[in-house]
Design a protein around this ligand. Structure first.
Ligand SMILES: [Zn+2]
Length: 126
């Protein structure tokens, strides 16, 4: 026997498989046939037994720049024959910003880092 499919009438408490969603005093209520008699059927079925599987709030991954990101950028740029100026242009940063990044005085924004990674074929995050 599967008791799970039996639901209780919200009016009289009788257990029945045959519940109807009706409007009683302005509220949608699941009622057994005798309680539902003469009542207006509610249009919206309400899901009573709902498994609440809360999705964990996805935290944004904490990205950590590698320690020697500047050197890695510089090396990769040199390997590709790119000057700092060219590199800056390609990723849409100013030359001075690019220099600061290379000298690790400034961390690149995620956007810039992503561009650098793609352009130079390197990984800047751990
Ligand atoms: Zn009832």
């Amino acid at each position: 026997m599967n008791e799970g499919i039996f639901l209780e009438c919200e009016v009289c408490g009788r257990k029945t498989k045959d519940l109807k969603l009706v409007m009683i005093e302005g509220a949608a209520v699941y009622a057994c046939p005798s309680c539902a008699a003469g009542k207006l059927e509610a249009r919206q079925p309400i899901v009573r037994v709902r498994k609440v599987t809360k999705k964990p709030v996805q935290e944004e991954e904490d990205k950590l720049l590698i320690i020697d990101y500047g050197k890695v950028i510089q090396k990769a740029a040199q390997a590709k024959g790119l000057t700092v100026e060219e590199l800056a242009k390609r990723v849409g940063e100013s030359e001075s910003t690019m220099r600061k990044i290379i000298h690790e005085k400034l961390t690149p924004t995620e956007k810039t880092a992503a561009k650098l990674e793609k352009l130079l074929g390197i990984k800047l995050y751990e």
